[in-house]
Design a protein around this ligand. Structure first.
Ligand SMILES: [Zn+2]
Length: 426
């Protein structure tokens, strides 16, 4: 490692308190999504800070995207600083939204309390600490590092937790991640400080409804129970589809290892008399039953294939089960993505983890999706990974926290990786 880069690492150590304070500042802005609370002050806190350090800062509102209104504007911030000459651009992208705190906290969720070498609060691990680490890493690199060609960008984007349509998808559709503008992206999601995440599984959500015919519950033979039809569906899922999915092998290094296969979850079941009525039920045969399925799939599978095998199972029931009628509605779909393990951003980050932590990072894929999907699919930018501090399992949990040592280490890794990416292209 060069002396200049050593100086950057030393500088990041010296800015430990500043990094903690920045994380706390961001966590204390309660950007709960839904509904998309306090996006503007959070985006502006990031924008103001980076503008003072010579970044060109732009605010981009996702007009007309889900949830966008004057009360809850979907405001993103993108900051760019050009280097000493032409070169490549390294972009750090973090989502600023957090999920609701939920129950079970032993600390105040938005107080960002520092205790025993950790910062506690909603959004510490997922992912304001990661965003703060990227900001401090880039600032230290610019302040004391060697003069670098190319450009550094940092974005704080909204709505990742609800699909990213007003955030990264909106930016990607408008060319902010076009390959001629940005070449490498690091998303500091909490994947653990010694893991490099190269992608995620695909998703298909669908609602399935079985149909029946209403009748008096004392004479169910005069009707046709949609719930019994759904029972037959669940039986087939349980005994045919789930065992088949469990055997599907993949090259994707998904963590935890139990997620290294295809999975299907039944999110909800609704049938018959609606809930929320506290009188006695009336005796009726259910004429409708609905489930929502959450199917996660692999790079080895196609979306058509994934949908096709569910439809085949239903068609099989329609052929053999008297009265079986159904409707299948798509709700949401995301294709799996996986960056090249030998691509520049993976190699630079792996080398940086080795240098900073002195151990070999694990290359992983995430079981669930994150904004990489939009950067890959809409932006057509393949050289994208997630790397950041925080323990993945703590995301969305009560008493979420980030360890401060890890936070500092991740900032160093990001600085070294960015330096490598910019100088490799010089
Ligand atoms: Zn996240």
């Amino acid at each position: 490692m060069t002396d200049a880069l050593q100086a950057v690492l030393k500088e990041i150590d010296g800015r430990r308190e500043e990094l903690v304070a920045l994380t706390q500042e961001l966590v204390r802005i309660p950007t709960t999504n839904p509904p998309g609370e306090a996006y503007v002050p959070c985006a502006e806190a990031i924008g103001r800070r980076l503008a003072r350090r010579g970044f060109a800062v732009e605010y981009v509102r996702g007009h007309g995207t889900p949830g966008d209104s004057d009360r809850y504007p979907r405001v993103n911030v993108v900051a760019r600083r050009d280097g000493s000459g032409p070169g490549r651009c390294v972009h750090f992208n973090g989502h600023i939204d957090v999920v609701e705190p939920g129950r079970g906290w032993t600390v105040e969720p938005f107080a960002a309390t520092e205790r025993d070498g950790r910062i506690y609060g909603r959004g510490t691990c997922d992912m304001k600490a990661g965003l703060a680490a990227a900001i401090v890493a880039v600032e230290a690199l610019l302040d004391v590092g060697p003069r670098l060609p190319g450009a550094l960008e940092i974005s704080g984007t909204v709505d990742e937790e609800s699909g990213g349509y007003g955030g990264v998808a909106y930016l990607a559709e408008r060319g902010w991640f076009a390959p001629e503008r940005v070449q490498h992206v690091i998303i500091p999601e909490p994947l653990n400080v010694d893991r490099v995440c190269i992608g995620h599984r695909g998703v298909w959500w669908a609602e399935l409804e079985t149909k029946g015919r209403i009748a008096h519950g004392s004479m169910p033979f005069l009707g046709d129970s949609a719930i019994r039809h759904m029972g037959a569906v669940l039986e087939r899922l349980e005994h045919e589809l789930l065992p088949r999915l469990a055997t599907r092998a993949t090259v994707m290094p998904v963590v935890p290892p139990a997620a290294r296969q295809s999975t299907l979850n039944v999110n909800s079941v609704h049938g018959g008399q609606p809930e929320g009525f506290d009188g006695l039920p009336s005796p009726c045969v259910a004429d409708s039953c609905r489930i929502v399925i959450d199917r996660r799939f692999l790079v080895e599978e196609t979306l058509d294939g994934v949908k096709g095998e569910v439809r085949e199972l239903l068609e099989g029931l329609a052929r053999t089960r008297p009265g079986f009628r159904y409707e299948l509605r798509d709700l949401f779909e995301v294709l799996p993505v996986m960056a090249d393990r030998d691509g520049p951003v993976v190699r630079a980050t792996v080398a940086a983890v080795r240098e900073i932590l002195g151990r070999e990072p694990e290359i992983v894929c995430s079981p669930g999706t994150y904004d990489q999907k939009h950067i890959d699919r809409i932006g057509r930018l393949k050289d994208c990974i997630a790397y950041g501090p925080g323990i993945l399992d703590l995301a969305h949990q009560p008493d979420e926290y980030v360890g401060i040592d890890e936070l500092v280490a991740s900032a160093k890794v990001m600085a070294v990786a960015a330096h490598r990416l910019l100088t490799a292209s010089a």
